[in-house]
Design a protein around this ligand. Structure first.
Ligand code: DOR
Length: 444
């Protein structure tokens, strides 16, 4: 420990005491020592040699998780800053437990050129120099129009970690194939928004008895499944990985199972809302629950939850998609798709741990090691030298999402006003505290 007392410059020393660190030992209390933003040591409570100048945080038996990754976020800047901007989106991310977010390309202008990528990275560095990290996703095609591949090499060199046409599927399979191939050349993966654009055109909810009863044009699950099947076949044929975005239906789950059983290099994500809400939520033409792909039937929800239990999904993502009140407060067929999710994701998915659907280790895999592996992102693993990126989570705190508790600019969530259980109470990135911890801290 002597090295941390040396040197003229005062050093920042952080000691998290009395934490449950499920990555290390879920059954007893542990402690962490970090110096100048890096982890020096972790161990059972009372086992570390703690320097006197350490700032001590008593975690009071809360969970200490490594900062999570949201691999599917819409930050809206540039172009739609009235919905969200990089500063507010990253702030919501930090409060939600995320130390890195993959920012989708459907900005205005679209992130299909290095200048847009650089703009996003500069804004993130300006507003959140310590993080959360913004990891740009480059557009797969120019203007997301699906007609011509974007300058993928330039985008990768500028810092894009993956490619996607998210929000607008690529119908031309030849272009999609070439996109997968070029992405692989750059060591990147394509994230596909799986949707047959013809079957999905002008649809506003799931297709079925409920959409008929409401008189609303619905999107059949086969619109998603067709592209899931296409991508699986392409991945097998090319022997190139592909990542399937926001999976919503049992039909897609069956196809993913087929792919995984054959060892095809397909990874898949689903979102908290598809695991807890079904199409009935839109029963009163509630635009807060209008999202694409749409909320499906209770049977689909059950199939997705069973797939999570079975380990078929590689990751959870939020698909955080902010929209302003004046946009959502329109008739169902005019309101945009999307809901915010950065700050509600953890309470919603930790409920699966409580319900025995996921163990805590798998909960961490879904939000941390899974995305880190698929997108090749370096993360804290609580090893000496790792960045001191971690957050405290109290699974038992009850709170209600609302204007006073959320940090996103937009409030478009069907969970607004609904009590949730589980909250991030403190978050450090590179050892710096991102949100104020109201528990016990003391500096010697
Ligand atoms: O609901 C959605 N909203 N789905 C998408 O694919 C895009 C997103 C958005 O950008 O609003």
């Amino acid at each position: 420990m002597s090295n941390i007392h040396e040197g003229a410059k005062p050093r920042s020393v952080l000691h998290i005491a009395n934490a449950i660190i499920p990555c290390l030992d879920p059954d007893r209390l542990s402690e962490v020592l970090a110096v100048d933003g890096r982890i020096i040591a972790c161990g059972p409570s009372g086992s570390l040699d703690i320097p006197t100048q350490a700032e001590r945080v008593d975690a009071q038996k809360q969970r200490l998780f490594p900062s999570f990754i949201d691999a599917h976020t819409h930050l809206r800047e540039p172009g739609h800053e009235y919905k969200e901007d990089i500063a507010s989106g990253l702030s919501a991310a930090a409060h939600g437990g995320f130390g890195a977010v993959l920012a989708m390309a459907n900005t205005k202008p679209v992130n299909d050129s290095a200048s847009v990528t650089r703009y996003m990275l500069e804004k993130a560095a300006l507003h959140h120099p310590k993080g959360p990290r913004l990891l740009p996703v480059g557009a797969l095609t120019v203007g997301l129009e699906g007609k011509e591949l974007a300058a993928m090499g330039e985008l990768a060199e500028a810092g894009c970690v993956a490619f996607s046409n998210d929000g607008r599927p690529v119908s031309n399979t030849e272009i999609f194939r070439r996109g997968m191939e070029y992405a692989a050349q750059w060591g990147r993966i394509v994230i596909d928004h799986c949707e047959d654009e013809f079957l999905a055109k002008d649809t506003h909810m799931n297709e079925g008895a409920r959409s008929c009863a409401l008189g609303v044009k619905g999107q059949p699950t086969v619109a998603e499944a067709l592209h899931v099947a296409r991508d699986i076949l392409l991945s097998e044929y090319l022997n190139i990985p592909v990542h399937l975005a926001h999976i919503s239906s049992s039909q897609s789950v069956e196809l993913i199972r087929y792919a995984k059983e054959r060892g095809i290099k397909v990874s898949a994500e689903t979102c908290p809302h598809y695991l807890v809400l079904d199409e009935s939520r839109i029963g009163h033409y509630d635009t807060a629950a209008k999202v694409n792909p749409p909320l499906r039937t209770p049977a689909d929800v059950e199939a997705l939850r069973a797939a999570v239990r079975e380990g078929l999904f590689d990751i959870f993502v939020t698909d955080h998609a902010p929209h302003a009140a004046h946009e959502k407060e329109q008739p169902l067929d005019e309101a945009p798709n999307g809901l915010i999710g950065l700050e509600t994701a953890l309470p919603l998915t930790y409920a699966l741990v409580r319900q025995g659907i996921l163990c805590e280790k798998d909960f961490i895999r879904m939000w941390h090691t899974g995305p880190a592996r698929i997108f090749n992102i370096s993360v804290n693993t609580f090893a000496p030298g790792d960045p001191a990126d971690f957050f405290l989570f109290d699974p038992d705190i009850e709170w209600t999402p609302g204007r006073d508790t959320l940090h996103s600019k937009s409030l478009n969530t069907p969970f607004l006003g609904c009590p949730l259980r589980g909250k991030v109470t403190a978050h450090w990135l590179g050892g710096c505290e991102m949100l104020c911890y109201s528990g016990t801290t003391q500096t010697a």
